[in-house]
Write a protein that binds this ligand. Structure first.
Ligand code: ADP
Ligand code: ASP
Ligand code: MG
Length: 469
């Protein structure tokens, strides 16, 4: 008997028909005597719509919220009716959806009344995507005569700090609680359906783990239960040599080390939460990335042991969009020890995570890349902390850039990789704005104009013949 945590992403549960397909897939494994925890994302695109609704509520846009409420209810009701055949379960579902939507409306109205959107109330709004999708998946499983129950992440015991929007799980307590809650239910043969992405503080306040956080929920639960494997079901066959939407000839990678996969996900592959693999690495639980719509394919297996195959220097090339470049400069920085520390300390204290750093030898400037959504906050943080103190003269930014990352364990100690990369880029007439190589030598990443990003990715994919692996 195998214990598997299965995560279904937004596209896997995009419509009622897809949800029905997911339920059948789960049922197939239950019949093979698997014990299953299903972690479910919001229906495709719903989290983005909730972000917009929260913003509109802050602006006091009542009409928008009224219409939004109707639309979101209908979307889920249609999905439920498509996914579930039995009338009794359909009616039950309609009731659950109504109650949940009413609660969402109350939260949005609260935001309208106070005219303020805090990270805490934003997380509350965002949690509704998963709170609406999970009962429907559960209903579809019951429709197939399975014993299924749905829970929120908080209800199964995932506790986090109160860093709303990007909350960090308190792993010791979480592991203990999740195991206590879930194991007895699995032993009874219950299929658990758990909301991805959302958790709670120790006081029971709703938090979210950050975008793409459902992957993280799955590995947290997998680690807590010492599951045999965690399966991340998505809309592509596995982790690929590049995003198939950019490079149609991209190939699936059958096996990757956790380290390489982490490097890839941090740099944008599969929109996976950058910390999602941490719990699996810690407990050494294999993770498989698989295609919901092509379940015969075994997918990509992520494991501890690195197996470098000869001739495989570069494994993948990824693209991160929605980022911005910040350049801090000033003659006062030259030979002034501790400048970088001051810059990064100020940013760190304001929860601004840095993706990439480079400093020129002249020391007269430091450039770094952050998420575009944090750009305003970063600039004001630096201005308040550092400007006018003789160290820094200017903070400039560019928000129309993207990062291309080239990943592969075989790059370590192989000379000439960088020159091949940048020759391929130069041949396309693409200008490189900034370069960084991690000391792990697992990746080389560089910044180009956003409009050049996809072409740069294709040029590198071609140069290393990644479609021929
Ligand atoms: P889900 O909704 O299942 O969480 P995501 O949108 O988070 O799915 O991630 C899946 C998508 O990631 C794919 O549809 C694909 O376009 C994109 N992607 C980008 N880079 C890669 C890569 N290297 N390998 C696989 N998928 C990738
Ligand atoms: N629904 C959340 C998001 O869109 C979490 C996830 O899908 O992983 O980011
Ligand atoms: Mg995702």
């Amino acid at each position: 008997m195998k214990k598997i945590v299965m995560k279904f992403g937004g596209t896997s549960v995009a419509t009622g028909k897809n949800i029905r397909h997911v339920a059948n897939l789960i049922a197939k494994y239950v019949n093979q005597d698997y014990r299953i925890v299903a972690v479910v994302s919001a229906l495709d695109g719903v989290t983005d719509k909730l972000i917009e609704a929260a913003e509109q509520a802050k602006k006091g846009n009542r009409d928008y919220i009224y219409e939004f409420k109707q639309k979101i209810f209908e979307k889920h009701l249609i999905a439920a009716k498509e996914a579930i055949e039995k009338e009794r379960i359909q009616e039950e579902m309609e009731q659950i959806l109504k109650t949940t939507i009413d609660e969402l409306e109350k939260v949005l109205k609260g935001i309208i009344y106070v005219g303020e959107l805090t990270p805490k109330s934003r997380d509350s709004v965002l949690s509704f995507g998963e709170r609406l999708s999970t009962p429907i998946v559960c209903g579809a499983l019951r429709d197939l005569e399975l014993d299924a129950q749905f829970y929120t992440g908080g209800e199964v015991g995932i506790v986090t700090d109160s860093n709303f929007g990007e909350a960090i799980p308190l792993m010791n307590l979480t592991k203990h609680q999740v195991k206590e809650k879930i194991d007895p239910l699995l032993e009874k043969g219950t299929v658990l359906v758990v909301t991805g992405f959302i958790a709670a503080t120790q006081d029971g306040i709703t938090t979210t783990l950050g975008r793409g956080g459902s992957d993280y929920t799955a590995t947290i639960i997998g680690a807590a239960l010492a599951a045999d494997e965690v399966w991340i079901w998505t809309d592509v066959d596995g982790l690929m040599t590049s995003d198939p939407k950019i490079v149609p000839s991209a190939k699936m990678l059958p096996e990757l080390s956790f380290q390489e996969a982490t490097e890839m996900t941090i740099f944008g592959a599969k929109a996976m939460h950058p910390r999602a693999l941490e719990p699996a690495i810690e407990e050494n639980i294999p993770v498989r990335i698989r295609n919901t719509f092509n379940p015969e394919n075994p997918g990509t297996l992520l494991v501890k042991e690195q197996r470098i195959k000869l001739g495989e220097i570069v494994k993948a090339v990824t693209l991160i969009k929605s980022v911005a470049l910040v350049n801090v400069s000033g003659a006062g920085m030259v030979g002034a020890p501790g400048t970088a520390a001051k810059v990064f300390d100020a940013l760190g204290r304001n929860n601004i995570n840095i993706l990439m750093i480079s400093q020129s030898v002249s020391e007269a400037n430091i450039s770094f890349v952050i998420k575009r959504s944090l750009l305003e906050k970063a600039v004001s943080t630096l201005e308040i902390a550092l400007l006018g103190k003789g160290l820094i003269r200017e903070v400039t930014t560019e928000d129309d850039i993207c990062v291309v990352a080239v990943v592969g364990a075989g790059m370590k100690g192989t000379p000439g990789v960088a020159s091949r990369i940048f020759t391929a880029i130069a041949k396309k007439g693409i200008n490189v704005r900034m370069i960084a190589q991690g000391s792990s030598e697992l990746n080389i990443s560089f910044v180009v104009k956003e409009t050049d990003g996809e072409e740069a990715v294709r040029a590198i994919h071609e140069e290393f013949e990644l479609d021929k692996i």
